[in-house]
Design a protein around this ligand. Structure first.
Ligand SMILES: [Zn+2]
Length: 228
């Protein structure tokens, strides 16, 4: 299983890959899951967690609430009694169990987006839930003994957030896309201008590596190239 370690020994495991990524952060005695994948990958996710001897989840952080990132949130909360951390700008969506499909940024994605909007909760729905910890512009978890900072990085969706781990590695959801070697630009975004401002915010952190919601890790230099 792909994994990364910070200088202070915090481990990050990629527990889901392919269609949507999910990551487990092991920091001391705490286990923090970032994103859940879609419903069809629930069993796979549990299997990966058991391989890592992970029998408890303390926090579930959602980089945003599109169905392919949060469709298992309700079930995981039931199972682990974990606290869900999500943006205040997506609370209405999670209470309704449907986050609008974002706009396409390129022609084929525009068609998929239009279709997704038409089908609504038939494809993009999930079991409604409430977040236990709400992120506005910023939330740090120092009082939980964690060197983890969560920052608002909107654009792909109104409440997209990024998880900054020890100011070294960031889990960024769909703010960056890691599928194509030539581009970090997501095929879907509600507000491209806002998203580019969020890229700057990420650049201004000390992080040298970004783990996206889809595809492979992105080095800071690569983001810098794309930003200009
Ligand atoms: Zn998304």
């Amino acid at each position: 299983m792909k994994n990364w370690t910070t200088k202070n020994g915090c481990k990050i495991y990629q527990v889901l890959s392919l269609r949507s990524n999910a990551f487990l952060i092991k920091a001391g005695k705490l286990n923090i899951l970032v994103d859940t994948g879609r419903k069809s990958t629930y069993n796979k996710l549990l299997k990966k967690l058991s391989i890592l001897d992970c029998t408890s989840i303390d926090y579930l952080i959602l980089t945003h609430t599109h169905y392919d990132h949060c469709q298992n949130a309700f079930a995981l909360k039931e199972l682990y009694k974990c606290k869900i951390v999500a943006s205040m700008f997506e609370s209405d969506f999670t209470m309704a169990g449907l986050t609008p499909v974002p706009k396409g940024t390129v022609a084929p994605a525009r068609m998929i987006s239009a279709l997704g909007r038409m089908l609504g909760d038939k494809i993009a729905g999930y079991k409604p839930f409430n977040a236990d910890m709400i992120v506005g512009e910023h939330l740090d978890l120092k009082d939980k003994g964690l060197d983890i900072d969560i920052i608002h990085t909107p654009g792909h969706s109104p409440g997209s957030i990024s998880v900054i781990i020890e100011n070294e590695i960031a889990i960024v959801g769909d703010t960056l896309f890691g599928v194509l070697p030539c581009s970090v630009f997501p095929p879907f975004a509600d507000d491209i201008t806002q998203m580019k401002e969020s890229w700057k915010k990420l650049q201004d952190t000390g992080c040298s590596l970004f783990l996206p919601g889809h595809g492979r890790e992105i080095k800071k230099e690569r983001l810098a190239e794309k930003e200009n």
